[in-house]
Design a protein. Structure first.
Length: 95
């Protein structure tokens, strides 16, 4: 039996929001949506359960492309966080 490999490094790293580059814009009216308010309330009550997923930092800028977790990032910002735990994606060619 072959062992499958993870697509990310299992241990999250802490990254400042200023070093994250979202790969898409927030949807119109996100902050007013019921879903967003539920996510904010959940994170406020029990913390972040699922870390964000990011790409390796760009050598020139030091910025990480945010691959997954955009709404969680916006919710954390709403709650006053300045950094977040994130999993670093392993490039396909490195697996």
């Amino acid at each position: 039996m072959t062992q499958s490999r993870l697509g990310f490094i299992p241990e999250p790293i802490t990254v400042a929001f200023g070093k994250l580059l979202p790969s898409r814009k927030p949807p119109e009216g996100l902050a007013l949506s019921r879903k967003f308010k539920q996510i904010v309330a959940s994170i406020d009550a029990i913390g972040l359960i699922e870390p964000l997923t990011i790409a390796k930092a760009d050598k020139a800028t030091g910025m990480h492309l945010l691959l997954d977790g955009h709404i969680r990032m916006f919710a954390l910002k709403e709650l006053g966080f300045s950094s977040v735990g994130a999993r670093l994606k392993i490039p396909s060619c490195a697996r």
